[in-house]
Structures are given as structure tokens and as C-alpha cells.
Design a protein around this ligand. Sequence first.
Ligand SMILES: Cc1cc2nc3c(=O)[nH]c(=O)nc-3n(C[C@H](O)[C@H](O)[C@H](O)COP(=O)(O)OP(=O)(O)OC[C@H]3O[C@@H](n4cnc5c(N)ncnc54)[C@H](O)[C@@H]3O)c2cc1C
Length: 451
Amino acid sequence: MNRREMIGVTASGLGALFHGMAEASENTVTGSKQPDVLAWERKVPLRWDTDIVVVGGGMAGVGAAAAAARTGARVLLVERFAVTGGMLTVGGVANFCGDMEGQGEVFDEILEDLHKWKALGGPSRDSVFHYETLAFVLQELLLRRDVKLLLHTRFVDLRVTNGNITELLLYGTSGLEAVRTRQVIDCTGEGDVARAAGFSVMKGRNQDGLQLPMSMMYFVRHVQEEGHGPLLPEGWLTPVETKEDLPMTSIWPDGPGANAIKVKVPAFDSTDTESLTAAEIAARRRIREVMHYHQSVEKRPWILDHCSPIIGIREGVRILGDYVLTVEDLRAGKRFEDGIARGCYELDGHKPDDEKRTYILPEEERTVPPYQIPLRSLIAKEGNNLLMAGRCFSADQLALSSARVSTTACMMGQAAGIAAALAVQKGTDLRNVDPKEVQEEIRKRGAVLDL
Ligand SMILES: Cc1cc2nc3c(=O)[nH]c(=O)nc-3n(C[C@H](O)[C@H](O)[C@H](O)COP(=O)(O)OP(=O)(O)OC[C@H]3O[C@@H](n4cnc5c(N)ncnc54)[C@H](O)[C@@H]3O)c2cc1C
């Protein structure tokens, strides 16, 4: 018998993982839209006890974990893939948008390390980087700060009592295990922690919930002979034959003799198991059709090297916070009493329902002045100890279209990590942490909050 403490977990509200299975069988048998509900109990080893759990190791999660750990807090970072970096590594997005200066010491250290490994900047842009090196640099940064890193580990459920999350249920290669914690930071992008807790989330555009569209990144190598790659076999898919038929396709540098290419795949839901599956399938098909155009029509000497392991997700859900940052706040270049991060990137709202290079707003309405993000938009309204940062913070869709960029996501993460660590240090509720103290610490760490 394992000597670790065991906690009882009731698995009725376990969420998508189990609902999805029940729904599929119910639909097949009866056609009903109402999923069955399963309930059972089991005992799970309580393997870890920590101060702060950060769920999701993208730029927001790395920022949060690294900043919190620097205060001396015990921090556990849970990441479902083999590497951290999220969209920037497994999503293949190898470019920083937004302001690369004044983001604070976590981002500064990442840049410095990328420089040391000669992995930042290319002939056309200073902001592109080698994403495998970023994955390496991030893991080393976290380990230097004594963050307890769990890879291949997925957050699946939690226990919440009177708005306090007390334990999280994780699924890693050793099976289901639990962690007890004081503070939690949701950096999953899809708001997995908030959704499992039953806290309110916002998704997509108002009229139909459609999220900003996904795009798949894929990578090609240049070869000597033209048409060297595997062209579309007869009868497979619908090859793109003209430029007009191309979906939004962006061609990026990827070092010598290679390119990274991004293809828009709209109108899927990143929070629905079946829809995300369909998006991945559609993306891999579309890539073949677009490759046909580049290889056979434009005669580019390219072969497909690989697709990113996960489709690029711009928007998951936005967790309802104490404050919802709006596009009007951005347009006004708003400052807040509790401003803890700064954004400046344009309103990059790709239109959710077509595959062309279309935007929600006309070009002349996309620029915004620098703006602040308040601490209140990083605190989940219906919880006492849940913060969020990055793609799932509390904002409307257009505000998110700017603030989601990796630089700002990291800065938000840094602020969430500092706020959580202060709450732990003082043994107090998140809302009793003085935002001025958070700001002071952020400034001490080299971040510029002034606009
Ligand atoms: C196609 C595309 C192009 C983009 N281009 C740019 C660009 O050029 N420059 C730029 O700055 N930004 C760009 N962005 C935006 C930017 O990449 C992301 O918005 C930003 O990196 C988000 O960081 P994040 O940490 O919030 O989320 P993510 O990077 O999505 O990280 C979330 C992490 O949580 C993990 N996770 C999720 N659920 C769980 C769970 N249940 N358990 C454990 N782990 C979990 C994921 O594996 C992931 O590592 C682009 C985005 C897309 C999709």
C-alpha cells in the first residue's frame, strides 16, 4: 500500500474528458443531445503539497512559475506536453509580437538566453527565434529557479470548497495523482481549471460564440530538384490550383533552406473534444492541398518536413474575472490603479468564420495605444484562490486579440505569479494583496508599467 495520503475524488462533474465519451455513446444510440452522466469514487495518492500550482507551461505559465519561484514560494508547473512554451514551441509560432523591452526580468532572461544560443533574430526580423532552442531555454530557466516541473502531465479535475481550490487531480504517466495547494494559476488557454471548477467563462464572439480562428503551422525544406516532394496522388483531396483559392497563408523564414508556413483553419471550437479533433484533421488536409499549389503551380522546390504537433489556437475561453478588460479600454490607452502589465499590440482579430485574410475590424481601426491590464482581470471572479494569465484572462474578444501575444502573456504571467506568491507569504486571500505591492515588485524586476 502506498504510504502517501490518499484523497477521495468524486468524478461526477469531471468535465470534457468523461462527458465527451458519454455524449458519443448516447448520440449513437438514441440521437439525444443530452449526455449521460457517470459518477464514481476512487482514492488517489496525494503526491505533492505546494504553495502554488501553475497549470499550463506556455509563455504565461512560464512567466507565472518563474516569477513566483523567485520569491521563494514552492511552485509546481503542470504541462501536458513534453516541453514548455505552448503555442511558441508545440504550436510552431516562432516569433515574438509586441514590445520586447520592459517586460520584466523573466522575459529579459529568456531573450538573453536565446541570444547566448544564437537563436534569436533573423535576416528579416529581430523577433523570430529557433523554437526548439526556446523549449530548451525555458526548461533550464524553470529548473534554475527550482520550479517543480511535471511534463506529460495533464490537469483533469479539482476539489473546490466555498470558492477555494484545495486539490488538483493530475494525470501523468504514473496515473492519477493529486496535489494540494494554496494558490492556483490557470494558464491553459482553454481555462481548464476554471471550467472544471464550474466558474464562469466567456467564449468567442457575442452572437455565436465563434472563437478567433485557429491556424496550423507547418515546415518545409528546400530541395534541389523542383517537384521533388510527394505531390497529391490522383483522387485525393481538392488541390488548390490558383492563388485566389488559397486560404490565408503566411510564409515565414525558418533558417537557411527552410520556411515555416501558417494556414488558417476557421470555425472550430478549441474547447470541444470532437471539434478540436476535426480541426486537426481539416488542417492536415488543407496543408496538403496548399502544398500542391506551392509545389505544382508555383514550382517551389519544397518538401513537407513536419506539421506542428498541435494546431495554433488563438482563443480558448476567457475566464470571468473581477474586471473584464474591453476594447474600449485599449482604444483609450487606459491606466488602472491596479495596472500590472502593459500591452500595445494591434487588435489582431482575424475573422472567425472564413479562411481568407480577413479581420473583424478594418485596418484603420486596428491600432491601439499602449494600455494597462489590471490585476482584477487576472483574478477569477467566482473563486478565492484562482488567478489566470495569457490567452484565458478576463477580456472581451477584441481586447484579447491584442493582449494574447506572447510578450504580454508572459508579462501577465509574471504579475499573476508575484500576486500569488505575496498571498502565500502573507497567508492571506488574493483580494487582500495590495496591488501597489504587486506593482512595486514588478517594477523592481525591471518591468515598465507606465504608458
Ligand atoms: C497561429 C498563431 C500565430 C501567432 N503568432 C504570434 C506571433 O507571431 N507572435 C506572438 O507573440 N504571438 C503570436 N500568437 C499568439 C501567441 O502565440 C499566444 O497567444 C501566446 O503564446 C499564448 O500563451 P499562453 O501561455 O497564454 O498559452 P499557450 O501558449 O497556449 O500555453 C498553454 C499551455 O497550457 C498547456 N495546457 C493546456 N491545458 C492543459 C492541461 N489541462 N493540463 C496541463 N497543461 C495544459 C498547453 O499544453 C500549453 O503549453 C499566435 C498564435 C497563433 C495561434
